[in-house]
Write a protein that binds this ligand. Structure first.
Ligand code: 7TS
Length: 421
């Protein structure tokens, strides 16, 4: 968690990052949209890919692709090695204890569903409770609701303040019932930008012997994550939000828990012996990787982790903090603009509304100016309900964004104001 202090409200001391090399790594950033230079500020939905990632995927398919783990031929061996090298890269990236703790999935959503189905399905009974927070993405709500429907367990959500900060006392109170089987919470909220005090949240749960799952979809590309320091039981993230491809993700799980859990899906590659009478499951991590995985995607994720690690997450965090401060100050000058999510610890995204103008109209007009933002409920409808709004506009930043792009966003928003005046 070494990067966390970089997100405090203290003025950023760092001088601006020289982005020339970084931007040159991203072919798509040279695009023009509606005749205007692309200003891509929808990074919380998905980030763009550096050329090394595109090349790694292309090289896999053009020079050594084959199915993994089962072939005796050279291509299969090479593909298997490249795939498994990424597992070690992910282990090192998260500082997990062993590669047995790294499971490849389709993304955060599947990682959470895996835990809900396997861990939840085997441990949760009627009357048990799952604790989440009020600022979860739907993918950390609905899998638990499905589990509750199946088992008769109850889902409880810890509330947050108007600023978008979790009320820790309320979270702790929910943990005290003696019936909680899991606490599952988001590291960084995609709707508010709030960075939750996840280490404290894990400690509070651990003190009551409650396992924890952290939804890291929005965090791994923006701050250093150390699962052993956090001491969480599960950590989930997606490749496409960390400069890697879509359709691939990771579930970190503590080995002792993963070993005790039943398989999530059955099929090839997750078994050691199959007869019609009985099947023996493969050891970790294969037990949770049924079927042919996204081989080239996993290899692309490895290239993304190399790229990001070479840049350094402290550098990323400092630059994004500058962008957040700069954008926040500029946006607040626009009359009628309200920012939703003003937590002390905040990641580089700004969700906002403009009085009298629907966020979708904002998004459409901005698009014509070449500025890509997201408008909607951001798959976090309970957050919208908390503030009584149907949707927000959201600009979210990545390490390749510049102050000039913030200026372009602000200029385009003034245009929206003029059009609706
Ligand atoms: N959790 C959080 C906090 C997220 O922001 C997202 C995706 C997910 C889980 C799901 O990730 P997936 O890769 O499995 O889809 N968030 C967004 C978003 O904010 N806009 O589009 C997707």
């Amino acid at each position: 968690m070494s990067a966390l202090p970089a997100f405090t409200n203290a003025p950023a001391e760092n001088t601006e990052l020289d982005l020339t090399g970084i931007r040159a790594d991203f072919p798509i950033l040279r695009q023009r949209i509606h005749g205007k230079p692309l200003v891509y500020l929808d990074n919380a939905a998905s980030v763009q890919k550096p050329k090394v990632v595109i090349d790694a995927i292309s090289e896999c398919y053009s020079s050594y692709y084959a199915n993994i783990h089962r072939g005796v031929h050279l291509l299969s061996e090479r593909s298997t090695m490249a795939y498994e090298r990424t597992r070690e890269k992910v282990r090192a990236f998260l500082n997990a204890a062993s590669i047995q703790e790294i499971i490849f999935t389709r993304g955060t959503t599947e990682s959470i569903n895996l835990v809900a189905s396997s861990f939840g399905g085997s441990t949760v009974k009627a009357g048990d409770e799952i604790v989440i927070t009020g600022m979860e993405h739907h993918s950390n709500i609905v899998p638990w609701q499905l589990l509750c429907e199946r088992t008769g367990a109850v889902l409880k959500a810890a509330p947050f303040t108007d600023a978008g900060e979790l009320i820790l006392e309320e979270y702790e109170r929910l943990l005290n019932s003696g019936r909680v089987k899991l606490a599952a919470f988001v590291h960084i909220s995609n709707a508010l930008g709030t960075i939750n005090p996840v280490k404290t949240m894990v400690d509070l749960a651990r003190a009551r012997s409650i396992p924890t799952l952290i939804d890291g979809a929005q965090s791994v590309a923006h701050l250093t994550v150390d699962v052993r320091d956090l001491d969480c039981d599960f950590y989930a993230f997606s490749g496409h939000k960390i400069y890697g491809p879509s359709g691939v993700g990771v579930l970190y799980g503590k080995q002792s828990l993963l070993e005790a859990m039943p398989p999530y899906q059955g099929g090839g590659d997750m078994i050691s012996l199959v007869t019609f009478e009985k099947t023996e499951y493969a050891d970790l991590p294969n037990k949770f990787e049924a079927g042919t995985p996204n081989i080239a995607g996993v290899i692309g994720l490895g290239a993304a982790l190399d790229w990001l690690s070479a840049l350094g997450l402290d550098t990323v965090a400092a630059h994004e903090r500058l962008l957040l401060d700069y954008a926040t100050a500029q946006l607040l000058e626009i009359p009628g603009l309200s920012i939703m999510g003003t937590a002390q610890q905040k990641a580089a995204l700004v969700a906002f509304t403009l009085q009298g103008i629907h966020p979708h109209d904002i998004g459409t007009i901005l698009d014509r100016e070449g500025v890509a933002i997201r408008a909607g409920h951001h798959c976090a409808q309970p957050v919208m309900q908390r503030y009584g709004v149907p949707a927000t506009a959201r600009a979210s930043f990545a390490v390749y964004n510049t102050r000039d792009e913030v200026d372009a966003l602000v200029k385009a928003l003034w245009k929206v104001k003029e059009l609706f005046a």
